[in-house]
Design a protein around this ligand. Structure first.
Ligand SMILES: [Zn+2]
Length: 89
C-alpha cells in the first residue's frame, strides 16, 4: 500500500515538472507573460528565447552560442550549428 502511494506521488511530481516545462516553452515561443506575478520584478523573469538559425531549436540567450556575421548577431544552440552557419555564409 505504501509503495502504491509513493508511486502515485512520484508520478505527480514528474507530471508537474513536465507540464511546467511545456508551459515554459510555450510561453517562451509566444512571448506571453507569466500570469502569476513573481516577486522578483517584471524584468528579472522575462527571458526571450530565439530559434537557432540552423536547426530551429529555441535557445535561451544565456546558454546559447553567440556569433556576429556581417554586423548581425546570431544565437546558436551549439558550437556545431555555429560552424555550420559560418561555412554556409
Ligand atoms: Zn542549432
Amino acid at each position: 500500500m505504501l509503495r502504491f502511494a509513493l508511486l502515485g506521488l512520484l508520478f505527480l511530481v514528474i507530471a508537474r515538472t513536465f507540464w511546467r516545462l511545456v508551459d515554459g516553452v510555450v510561453r517562451g515561443v509566444t512571448g506571453e507573460p507569466e500570469p502569476r506575478g513573481r516577486s522578483a520584478g517584471p524584468r528579472a523573469t522575462a527571458v526571450k528565447m530565439s530559434p537557432c538559425p540552423v536547426c530551429g531549436t529555441y535557445v535561451v540567450p544565456a546558454s546559447g552560442v553567440r556569433a556576429e556575421v556581417r554586423g548581425q548577431t546570431y544565437l546558436f544552440c551549439s558550437a556545431a550549428c555555429c560552424s555550420t552557419f559560418m561555412s554556409r555564409a
